[in-house]
Design a protein around this ligand. Sequence first.
Ligand SMILES: [Zn+2]
Length: 218
Amino acid sequence: MGKMSDKYIEDEEERTRAVMQEDPIVKIEHWEDRIQRVWESILKLGINPNFRNPDTYVENTFLSEIWHMSTQAFEKPREIQVVVDSNDRLHISVGTPGYVEFKVDPIGMKLPIKCWIHTHPMGNAYFSGTDWTTLKTWKPMMETAIVLGDNQYWAYHLDSEIVKTVKFATLTPPPKIDYSQEVMNDYHPDTWSTKYKPKPHDWYRRNFPQYEGVDENE
Ligand SMILES: [Zn+2]
């Protein structure tokens, strides 16, 4: 196998550019205004969101609206970026499903940036290589960064390098264990003696041999 031809690389770059320049087809008109309105209602309540540690209210209103627009406002899910500047003004942009360019207009943007919020419509909240580059570049002028995924997000404080990671999911109980019933069965007359007093982990060892030795120190 030879190395990739220059032609192939050129084509690849061309394709990338084409995707970048493709105008998103909007399904929800004025999607930016919707984010803006939610933001203004928060400010009107006198709430000063703590982007290092977003509370449930900010999650359910502002962050949820950004996620909702990212997944619903276009013909296909797209990355949305919202920059909150020092004057609490929003700078909103949209990219492709997998990328939104961090472009800020220095005119009208009051530094430092309070929070850089962007979505990962594919679902997973994490910082990509590109995201880390943005974080490193902007560190002196950016306080916090939030990446939104599907029922999950990271809220990162650049200076302390502390991240809050949130993930909502369903948790199903393990297979039903009628523990009290099993212990009672151990008291069958055939096995019953005053010497034999089964302890909880006796039952576990018989039924889950893989746990042998786990609780030896009990
Ligand atoms: Zn990202």
